[in-house]
Design a protein around this ligand. Structure first.
Ligand SMILES: O=C(CO)[C@H](O)COP(=O)(O)O
Length: 151
């Protein structure tokens, strides 16, 4: 079974969000792409967009998320407010790899005002190359991280 991916972005990230959405819709590894907004021209602040999209993952409606704002940092902070979600900005290939293999993150965050569009599209693609290994040495560290989550 392929990935169900939710994409989201604020007004500063909507162009990359839409480009990545189009790529995912043509990616054979992806079964479903959910667009959590915003639409072009719509202005909803990043905390609302990212929390709404992250909740879809927490509720089991999507497996992965790719969230975009100006820097990638605001959407990451917002997504991490949702219990069970691990999200981070990652703007290079190695970080994207470790985001999944070390941190078992479900959400990659990108900054439209920080990196070029082709790099953003490439990193989004690479994000789906990796699956967390529950038997790896990183698993206990992720468990320890999750244990700090408060109700
Ligand atoms: O990048 C953002 C938040 O991290 C957002 O797209 C713009 O936020 P602002 O600089 O507060 O307008």
């Amino acid at each position: 079974m392929g990935f169900r991916v939710v994409v989201a972005g604020d007004i500063a990230g909507v162009n990359y969000k839409d480009a990545i959405k189009a790529d995912l819709e043509n990616d054979p590894r992806v079964d479903e792409v959910i667009d959590a907004g915003v639409k072009q021209g719509e202005d909803v602040d990043y905390p609302h967009v990212a929390v709404n999209a992250a909740r879809m993952i927490a509720e089991g409606k999507a497996d992965r998320g790719i969230f975009v704002c100006g820097t990638g940092m605001g959407v990451a902070m917002a997504a991490n407010k949702v219990k069970g979600i691990r999200a981070s900005t990652a703007h290079d290939s190695f970080s994207v790899e470790r985001l999944v293999l070390s941190n078992n993150a479900q959400v990659l965050c990108l900054g439209e005002r920080v990196i070029g569009k082709e790099l953003a599209r490439r990193l989004a693609k690479e994000f789906l190359n990796y699956e967390f290994d529950e038997t790896s040495a990183s698993a206990a560290k992720v468990d320890a991280l999750c244990a700090y989550e408060e109700d």
